[in-house]
Design a protein around this ligand. Structure first.
Ligand SMILES: Nc1ncnc2c1ncn2[C@@H]1O[C@H](COP(=O)(O)OP(=O)(O)O)[C@@H](O)[C@H]1O
Ligand SMILES: [Mg+2]
Length: 376
């Protein structure tokens, strides 16, 4: 590695509540993206996942429970950092900083007093203490303070890695929630949360298959879409809102689904419900691609949803003429994209460079994101 190049670690734990994904990422002295040096992931133990799920809604003693969960998450994150250092054979002194997203438990920007908040449980002080590396955290709050959504933050990173080619390209990250970035569109970059990703599919797979997710979408592929339910779900007002917009489990959660199911005279069998949810997810994404990036589009998929074959088939049927591939084809495997984005966000913070796009988040201006917890 040239002396001028820099290494940052990015850690991501998204709305799927499946675990912590980490990468070591390399940047040029000017901040240009070079690539991933190594990756490591640790799944959430069942107890942590249960506790995090419970904290998605308010409940008794939640401040205390949230603080303890944040400690547990920081300790797991520290293990991912150690895995990365070991795998990449790097001394901790080789790393400039760790960018740690934390776990979103509330996302309500612009609400209440018109300012609102977004809350990622995290304990960056403990992570800095355990790793001996500077930790940058709380990336979203400054954008919310500037009147923005605080999300999605990945579009500028998508531009840095997947932009600069001929033609219009769309990147869709299918995590628990889906977000979409239109690159090189005629009207400039566009980015927003389009709606549900895997969160509802995972919940049903856990309930009926006893599995963390519907592997490759094999279960949903064998079901039949319930047209009336699909129409009810597609009538969700959030889906018709213009960007900037973002969402989370605050909206797309099992209670939201139960509310819609209660309006049906004959609810679908579980497998047909899964097929309907998968079709719903694909339709939300496809409609947004048609709305914001129609014509000659290449769709690059990342996030764990890239492994849901049934979801990709449904997307393909709704977007004929659109080339669909995972981001691995463009040099960055699907499960590394989000973690790498948080390495980039940490890099921007350390260089006091702005990282947000007001055209995406709706904030009053670009801001330097995050707060630093020095190693020593
Ligand atoms: N083989 C697979 N088949 C179907 N879905 C998968 C597979 N692997 C991962 N997933 C989905 O991806 C999710 C994790 O994706 P991830 O990008 O980590 O989301 P998040 O950022 O929300 O945590 C899992 O919860 C699951 O829904
Ligand atoms: Mg995840």
């Amino acid at each position: 590695m040239s002396l001028a190049e820099e290494l940052f670690i990015g850690l991501m734990s998204g709305t799927s509540l499946d675990g912590v994904d980490g990468v070591v990422a390399r940047f040029s002295a000017e901040g240009g993206w070079i690539g991933v040096v190594g990756e490591a992931s640790r799944p959430f133990p069942d107890s942590l996942r249960r506790d995090l799920l419970a904290l998605q809604q308010s409940g008794p003693d939640e401040l205390h429970r949230a603080a303890l969960v944040a400690n547990t998450l920081a300790l797991l994150s520290a293990q991912v950092v150690e895995d990365l250092l070991q795998r990449c054979a790097l001394p901790r002194s080789a790393l400039q900083a760790v960018g740690s997203h934390g776990q979103t438990v509330r996302h309500q920007p612009g609400q209440h007093d018109g300012i609102g908040y977004t809350l990622q449980l995290n304990q960056p002080a403990l992570l800095a203490e355990r790793t001996g590396i500077d930790v940058i955290a709380d990336f979203r709050s400054r954008d919310v303070a500037a009147g923005g959504q605080g999300a999605p933050l990945v579009p500028p990173f998508h531009q840095a890695v997947f932009g600069g080619h001929n033609g219009r390209r769309v990147v869709v990250n299918i995590g628990g929630i889906s977000n979409l970035t239109v690159l090189d569109g005629a009207s400039g970059p566009i980015g927003f949360d389009c709606g549900p990703g895997n969160a509802l599919l995972d919940a049903l797979a856990q309930q009926h298959l006893g599995q963390p997710y519907d592997a490759a979408g094999a279960w949903s592929a064998g079901g039949t879409v319930h047209p009336a339910l699909l129409q009810l779900l597609l009538a969700e007002p959030f889906l018709g809102l213009p960007p900037p917009k973002s969402t989370g489990r605050d909206l797309f959660n099992p209670a939201w689904l139960t509310h819609h199911l209660a309006r049906l005279s004959s609810p679908p069998a579980p497998q047909d419900l899964q097929a309907t949810l998968c079709e719903f997810t694909a339709t939300c994404i496809a409609r947004d691609v048609q709305r914001h990036a129609s014509g000659g589009t290449e769709l690059l998929v990342c996030g764990g949803g890239a492994f849901n074959t049934d979801l990709l088939h449904r997307l393909g049927r709704q977007l004929p003429g659109c080339r669909i591939a995972d981001t691995g084809c463009a040099g960055l495997p699907p499960l590394q994209v989000e973690a790498a984005a948080f390495a980039w966000l940490a890099r921007q913070h350390c260089h006091r460079e702005t990282a947000s796009w007001p055209c995406v988040t709706g904030a009053r201006g670009p801001r330097i994101l995050g707060a630093c917890y020095p190693a020593a």
